[in-house]
Design a protein around this ligand. Sequence first.
Ligand SMILES: O=C(O)C1=C[C@@H](OP(=O)(O)O)[C@@H](O)[C@H](O)C1
Ligand SMILES: C=C(OP(=O)(O)O)C(=O)O
Length: 437
Amino acid sequence: MTAARAPMDAPVTDPWPAPRALGPVTAEVSLPGSKSLTNRALVLAALADGPSVVRRALRSRDTLLMAAALRSLGVQVDSDGDDWAVRPGPLTGPADLDCGLAGTVLRFLAPVAGLTDGSVRLDGDPHLRVRPIGELVVALRQLGVAIEGDGLPLTVHGTGAARGGRVVIDASASSQFVSGLLLAAARFDEGVDVRHDGKPVPSLPHVEMTVAMLRERGVQVDDTDADRWVVAPGPICALDCDIEPDLSNAAPFLALAAVSGGSITVRDWPERTTQAGDLLREILAAMGCQVERDARGLTVHGGGTLRGVDLDLHDAGELAPAVAALCALADSPSHLRGIAHIRGHETDRLSALATELEGLGADVTEREDGLSFRPAPLHGGIFRTYADHRMAHAGVIVGAAVDGILVEDVATTSKTFTGFAPFWAGLVEATRDPAQD
Ligand SMILES: O=C(O)C1=C[C@@H](OP(=O)(O)O)[C@@H](O)[C@H](O)C1
Ligand SMILES: C=C(OP(=O)(O)O)C(=O)O
């Protein structure tokens, strides 16, 4: 894994003056669809027994890359507007797939590539090449898929079918290894019986999301035993579906209510969901916010001061950057633990968060599997983002509370949210008194 630390004098790309909230921000927002649900729905639609529509799909870099990759494999994806029509066809190679920096695109499509009739090359951004993939490659080989390379770029040599069967994998680096195997499993000749052996699988709600979406499409999945998932071979039924708003991307918006003492409502917050972002309700309540859900959605009222928290985020590591920003602003100590695996996310997030928050004055200690904070006054400065959308979210949260924060490359948020910066600025700047400008 490459270190996240950049030399302090390295040039900063496009520093963005993060808008400061000059009063309580009160707003109701509709957020784009979930990346995790959209990319699963697209893969399952591509492998299904007929055409289907993915409604309210997320249109952002990760999902556009998924759609483009599926098209390269012979699937028709018509992604005009929010409702994406998917018409499966025979999966064909050769193809060259750009996975960007998207874990879901790489780890969901490597197994799919094993079902094609040709050579499929997978590669992506420079940092994708250092994100974990080796265990999935070994597992796919055990399932009868021929793969050249142990890391990116990889070439999968498809023969039109894959055997499947039993496999043991260490999925402690990423739950996406399991999700990727399960999504394609029903189309393997023998299905797939996958057992995890290693430290606990992180982000388990995401595996539950995969299992739930497979069952909705008529696939038989047995997950009775811990760390084992058995998918029977058979068709994946085509299903039109609606994508929920992205609850992980709700984190910066709800955090804005917390840091400004305002009230933010995220519309259409689902009553029941497999999205890990739903944990934000508990986290923000523990930090002192008032949280309520009603017919409009989820509303967070900031209480003025923020309490520190002691949290195991193993199930929801993608929330760590936004939560870490709040911990840096809290008036008592915090410990975030159980998140060693986020060193393998878009960047080494533990190192990047420790470095960047410390650079703004935070009293933060980087631990092997987390971060600890003690209250300290923050000041303005540069917040580097390392091409990581959620680092940018952390930077703008601090920027809403502290004068003079410059967030590097805020455009990196387009991974999962197109137009994030103007949307954010519109909300935060609504608190400004124009007479004072
Ligand atoms: O399957 C998914 O959609 C995801 C699983 C998680 O990955 P890890 O298990 O690698 O943390 C999560 O962090 C990521 O944002 C999305
Ligand atoms: C870890 C994340 O992304 P990916 O799907 O690329 O793994 C994330 O969005 O926080």
